[in-house]
Design a protein around this ligand. Structure first.
Ligand code: NAP
Ligand code: MG
Length: 496
């Protein structure tokens, strides 16, 4: 049958349902808006509620399923991700715009996370703790929370859902997954793989809908015991306020304004190449993207000149072309936001070194392409030094010494990632001690992470437990303490 395009369905209680909503939108390829992937029907509040109810109903049985058995299903999902890796990577590029190499990387990260979480299902251990009293001890067990909402952004539409859904399921929770409404097809494909892996009905539910309707209904539903959110600060903080009022557990991973600090002794080739990668990779649409370069005066001219050369040489185009180094921004709204910030940078008096406009040329006129942009002589009070742009725009702030570099790097409401380029161990470790970010990199880009290493930020970026790695299950479990008294007698001491 020749289907011109898809209509994305919700997955509720183990069945796929077409939404009854008349509120629709097109899912388009950001590299070529003539390429329509499908139609989004924004789920209604009733549909969102049904998904929560289905998850609540499924919890009893899933909770009673042994953790290693839950882990086996997640391991199967990891294998299916692996088998479908190339097809999913192509879809990810078509839907979100990142280059095919970046999509393959995101898929590999997702597989690694799912494998890691499957392994964790056999390590849901507690502690045994000796007592002050004879013939007494205590132990702890980890238990699931109930229904968990996973609310995710569009920029890593495969990896972020997987790094929430996999630990949530392994821990014994049931899940309502609310992906970004502009990346529904990857969300449908992920859910299909978990269904094929044997997740029982109601244990994982998918709601394709807008944040303001379906998302709002889910996060305010009393049966939702915990919300794991990744996205912007505006939305995250509001969601945190609402959910914490009813005592729900909340984890928010939000924006970044990640600095790279370049000292005068840095390996310049490495600093330039890594900054270009961090600032312009994924078109700057990574929460860990480099958006500020704090550079010592002595090397600033050289750094800016070489970085600008590198930026201008970047091959911009559709992500599906393997020769492309930088794809488009994700949609019209993001595209306009980036161009607006470029205007703000100019108006605030920063020096535009390169880029500064839409990218034009063959094959670029139907996509949301922006040229890699560098502003020099940015001061810490300028908006382009303070606000998250989420596009290929780098602000260079020149500093006279290491102390000022630290001050400028930390003068920011966000605290996700950072990096330093230097070979001076003393200053590197002072930087590591004092930089106010949840993750920091030495002589490598601000971006990147691994499945078995915790991920997350401080200050305005992060609320709640870290995701992934040894901390992956912390958010998704409750700790229960059990006191055991085998004296068989009424207690004499320890009466407090
Ligand atoms: P966003 O606009 O905040 O949206 C994130 C998710 O929240 C989407 O699913 C969105 O739905 C939903 N949402 C919006 N309003 C809601 C509401 N009132 N109630 C419940 N849910 C609601 O973020 P985005 O534009 O998709 O993603 C970009 C942002 O994510 C950037 O700020 C970036 O830094 C951040 N990010 C952070 C990390 C990290 O780990 N720190 C990682 C990746 C991205 P709709 O799509 O329908 O609006
Ligand atoms: Mg959005």
């Amino acid at each position: 049958m020749d289907i011109p395009y898809n209509i994305y369905c919700n997955f509720i209680g183990g069945k796929w349902y077409l939404s009854t909503s008349t509120n629709t939108a097109k899912n388009v390829n950001p590299a070529n808006t003539d390429d329509v992937l499908g139609t989004i029907r924004q789920a209604t509040r009733d549909e969102a509620r049904s998904a929560v109810n289905a998850a609540a109903y499924a919890f009893r049985e899933w909770r009673a399923t042994p953790a290693p058995a839950r882990g086996r299903i997640v391991a199967k999902a990891a294998r299916l991700l692996e088998e479908n890796k190339e097809e999913l990577a192509q879809l990810l590029t078509r839907e979100e715009g990142k280059t095919i190499a970046e999509s393959r990387g995101e898929l590999q990260r997702s597989i690694n996370v799912a494998e890691f979480c499957a392994g964790e299902s056999r390590r849901m251990t507690g502690e045994t703790i000796p007592s002050e009293l004879p013939l007494n001890f205590a132990y702890t067990i980890k238990q699931p929370l109930g229904v968990v909402a996973c609310v995710t952004p569009w920029n890593f539409p495969v990896a972020i859902p997987i790094w929430k859904i996999a630990p949530a399921l392994v821990a014994g929770n049931t899940v309502v997954f609310k992906p970004a409404s502009i990346t529904p097809e990857t969300a449908v494909r992920i859910t299909t793989l978990f269904e094929a892996a044997g997740v029982p009905p109601g244990v994982l539910n998918l709601v394709i809908g807008s944040g303001s309707e379906a998302g709002d209904e889910i996060i305010n539903h009393p049966a939702v015991k915990a919300i794991s959110f990744t996205g912007s600060n505006g939305v995250g903080i509001r969601l945190y306020e609402q959910a914490s009022r009813r005592g729900a557990k909340v984890q928010c991973e939000m924006g970044g304004k990640n600095p790279v600090v370049v000292l005068e002794d840095a390996d310049m080739d490495l600093a330039v190449e890594s900054t270009a990668q961090g600032a312009f990779g994924s078109s700057g649409q990574r929460c860990t993207a480099t958006s500020r370069a704090v550079v010592m005066d002595q090397v600033a001219d050289e750094f800016v000149e070489r970085l600008a050369k590198r930026a201008e040489s970047m091959r911009i185009g559709p992500g599906a072309d393997p020769a492309t180094e930088m794809g488009p921004t994700v949609d019209e709204s993001q595209f306009n936001t980036v161009l607006k910030y470029i205007d703000i940078g100019r108006e605030d008096g920063a020096t535009l070194v390169c880029g500064g406009s839409r990218a034009t040329g063959e094959g670029l006129d139907k996509g949301y392409f922006v040229r890699p942009t560098i502003f020099d002589h940015v001061t810490p009070d300028m908006r382009i030094a303070r606000e998250e742009i989420f596009g290929p725009v780098l602000s260079v702030l020149r500093v006279k010494d290491f102390e000022t570099a630290m001050q400028v790097a930390n003068d920011c409401e966000y605290g996700l990632s950072s990096s330093i380029f230097s070979n001076d161990a003393s200053r590197i470790f002072r930087f590591v001690d004092d930089i106010e970010t949840g993750m920091t990199h030495i002589n490598s880009p601000t971006t990147g992470g691994e499945a078995h290493i915790p991920f997350g930020g401080t200050k305005g970026t992060g609320i709640g437990d870290r995701e992934q790695g040894s901390t992956a299950l912390d958010f998704y479990t409750e700790l229960k303490v059990v006191y055991v008294d085998y004296t068989g007698r009424k207690r004499e001491g320890n009466l407090y």
